[in-house]
Write a new protein. Sequence first.
Length: 295
Amino acid sequence: MRLCADVGGSFIDIAAFDDDARIVWRRKTPTPVDDWAGFVAVFRDAAQATACGRVGVATAGLVDPASGVVASANIPCIDGRRLAHDLRGALALPVLVVNDADAFVLAEATLGAGRGHDRVFGIILGTGVGGGLVERGRIVSGAGGIGGEWGHGQMIHASPVAPDAMPVFACGCGRQGCLDTIGSARGLERLHQFLHGVDVDSIAITRGAEAGEAQAAATVAWFCDLLGGPIAMLLHAVSATIVPVGGGLANATGLIAALDARVRANLLTPVATPVVVPGMLGDEAGLIGAFVAGG
């Protein structure tokens, strides 16, 4: 059996897979974000409970493919560590570590919404914006592990004539105007406040838009306009043919359908069937991706 984990800033979802890729044991526990010994104990206890022989980890944060060093601002105890190396030493088991967005896309490309497509560009629209690219079942990680990280780099610029006319927000990466600032659930809320001067959470906005509420519908339409072009541009650049969506906004089916329409309207080659689609694997995608990555 193989032990696989999806490590986030709040919880570690950890499961044992049998040789037929079925989950036979699963546990969810709070992430000991500041406690390396506690972090290791989660894996050690699970390994002892399941007698697994290998470990696969999908984690929040960048994973440098050359050094194995993880950069994870939300989980200080693994930030700057060669996580696979250090866990391997602590557990005396083979360990593979991949980025959680990459794991999501790999799972969807293999067993989910991207099955049958040679190139799959998956996106995460949750607390932030993330993504990954999979080509013929292989994660394209890029230098420093940033392959598929499409949320950063300034895309929105203030006008020198009317600087307040565009939603240029500060980004956690230190830049301004990144897609991460407007393309996430928090970004949807920022756009709504920018347009209408009121603070409303993303769930209320998406539900309001589907119910025909004018302000919410205007916000969702602008959100899709702002993201539709960049996603189409990325698809042109990498020749991907499907975009599975994960994260909280993937549950807003009306928003995803509207985003798909904007993306397809921006594609140079007409496409008759949906391109931007909700992921199919739900909260098991990270675990499945960690399993598939281990071969």
